[in-house]
Design a protein around this ligand. Sequence first.
Ligand SMILES: [Zn+2]
Length: 210
Amino acid sequence: MDCNIVKDLIPLYIDDCCSEESAEEVKRHLDGCAECKAVFDEMSCPTTSESVSVSDKPLKKINDWKASVLQSVLFFASFLLITFGVAAESSSQYTDYFNGFWAIWLVAPVTGFMFSLPNWYFIKFYKDRKSFSRWTCALTLLLIVAATTWTLFHYDQFVTNSGLLEFLKSCLTLGQFIFFICPYHLILTAVLVLFSKVTSSKYAQMLGKE
Ligand SMILES: [Zn+2]
């Protein structure tokens, strides 16, 4: 069979649309002709790669969906915890070093965590999964420290203005603060920072970031 005729028949042959006799002829010709075989390979290749990407698409969509569900759940959970903490804070009547107890140990760390979540929208600017989760983790820590500092000043935890007695009193306050409130705060901060690292890495994985 002539090469040009074979080349004309190749698309029909690939789609299984030519007669049995022609198919036999084309097959026999392809076995013996490198040039036509090359044309055949080139024509049949795109079809296979296309079918692969088509079957990949639904999976990618499901993963994108899962990633946004994960982010929404974290937003919602943070919001609930903050609401709970604010309610507990406003209904408690602490004095002295217990001022802002709920705000410091619960609301501030969770607020820092929640404020780090918008960073997830900028995932495409990070070069890989590792750097994304590392920066998200660092940002979470920074925001928690910022939120805690703001809360400490807001609730006047450290008043070191006038006199030695006042200073000693505020040292006592600091000691009590570290003893009673800081352990919760430090533990929660560590948990949230680690949690931020793990979940952001998971999020990047769902979006197919290497
Ligand atoms: Zn040929």
